[in-house]
Design a protein around this ligand. Structure first.
Ligand SMILES: Cc1cc2nc3c(=O)[nH]c(=O)nc-3n(C[C@H](O)[C@H](O)[C@H](O)COP(=O)(O)OP(=O)(O)OC[C@H]3O[C@@H](n4cnc5c(N)ncnc54)[C@H](O)[C@@H]3O)c2cc1C
Ligand SMILES: NC(=O)c1ccc[n+]([C@@H]2O[C@H](COP(=O)([O-])OP(=O)(O)OC[C@H]3O[C@@H](n4cnc5c(N)ncnc54)[C@H](OP(=O)(O)O)[C@@H]3O)[C@@H](O)[C@H]2O)c1
Length: 285
């Protein structure tokens, strides 16, 4: 098993500032987890209100047009990984080597500016679910990001007796951001005070890997089908009376899990029609 330690950018000077725009925000911290994953924090516009689990468009200025020399913002959808009450915003990001945005975004440092369009939207919100006893957060890869927000949201613990977070990644190092975040909840003085001492005991964390050896191997979908996930977690298979679920991963994962939840009798909800589960893509295609 590979040992991965997050590398924090603590003493960095800005390399290249984006031209200041009305929607510019300043990066305050960057942490690298693997050669494919990093997180960063930035200032939050005073007027930005959002519900934990929603996403916004963020980006950088693109390269000048070869003929006109004009520069345009290069924006992509990003889940806000911080909770709605946080003074700053946090994002958890992939680094796609030739990706138009992330080939640049992966080089940001404290003090740099990013563009943030302050129009949060999304379906992974508590408002889209009917009351229940247990909530399941199902993530693959960077699909963990909205749950990083919801796991730090007091309403999650007010609404549910039990919170199960499953995270399936190819490699062990890809679990670090989520694992560290969940471990830190235990010692979070503010959350223990606001939600109640020991709130974190409601969480059952179920990380699995598919291409590198770890304590639990396999896709969550397969582990549910075989019953192993339910045995390991000590809970029965999902049912519409007790269980609520949110799904965020690649398209094939979302579709497969959606079919499984429907087979358990759960119905898909939306902001306008709260039901038993909701889905959002972690990335297009
Ligand atoms: C609703 C929504 C929320 C999103 N939230 C996040 C988020 O919180 N964090 C995040 O990193 N990305 C997120 N994305 C994806 C994000 O919008 C961009 O696609 C990503 O930042 C890469 O941008 P790019 O311009 O470098 O490459 P793009 O041209 O956008 O993508 C190039 C290729 O890289 C792969 N890819 C893109 N994003 C990912 C990813 N996250 N994980 C694995 N492979 C990927 C895909 O195969 C894609 O075709 C979200 C997408 C959607 C639709
Ligand atoms: N992660 C890497 O190390 C890596 C390296 C280079 C390039 N890439 C490229 O980056 C892109 C995204 O890779 P990613 O690893 O972030 O995301 P991903 O391919 O979506 O895989 C993330 C996790 O989801 C699992 N998964 C995929 N489909 C599933 C389904 N239908 N049901 C249940 N689980 C499912 C995968 O298991 P399986 O392993 O069984 O598919 C993996 O553990 C891909 O195009 C990939 O080629 C990734």
């Amino acid at each position: 098993m590979t040992e991965h330690r997050p590398v924090k950018d603590t003493d960095a000077t800005p390399v290249k500032a984006t031209p200041t725009l009305p929607d510019a925000q300043t990066v305050t911290e960057v942490t690298h987890y693997t050669d494919r994953l990093f997180s960063f924090r930035c200032t939050r516009p005073a007027s930005l209100r959002f519900r934990s689990g929603e996403f916004v468009m963020i980006g950088l200025m693109g390269d000048p047009h070869p003929e006109t020399g004009k520069v345009k913002p290069l924006l992509r959808a990003y889940s806000i990984a911080s909770p709605s009450w946080d003074e700053e915003l946090e994002f958890y990001s992939i680094k796609v080597p030739d990706g138009p945005l992330t080939s640049k975004l992966q080089h940001i440092k404290s003090g740099d500016e990013i563009i943030l369009r302050p129009k949060p939207v999304g379906t992974l919100v508590h408002d889209a679910l009917l009351p229940g006893k247990r909530i399941w957060f199902f993530a693959t890869g960077t699909g963990f990001a909205p749950f990083a927000s919801l796991l730090r949201e007091p309403q999650t613990y007010e609404d549910y007796d039990e919170i199960i977070i499953t995270h399936t990644c190819r490699e062990v190092g890809e679990l670090t951001y989520g694992r560290d975040l969940i471990a830190a909840l235990k010692d979070d003085e503010l959350l223990n005070e606001v939600i109640g001492e020991g709130f974190w005991k409601k969480i059952k964390y179920y990380p699995t890997t598919t291409r590198e050896e770890s304590q639990k191997m396999g896709r969550i979908t397969d582990l549910m089908r075989s019953g192993a996930a339910f045995d390991d977690l000590g809970v029965p298979p999902l049912n519409p009376e007790m269980d609520r679920a949110m799904i965020c991963g690649n398209l094939a994962f979302n579709l497969e899990l959606k079919d499984m939840l429907e087979a358990y009798g759960l119905v898909e909800g939306a902001n306008s029609n709260p039901q038993h589960y909701v889905v959002e893509k972690a990335f297009l295609d």
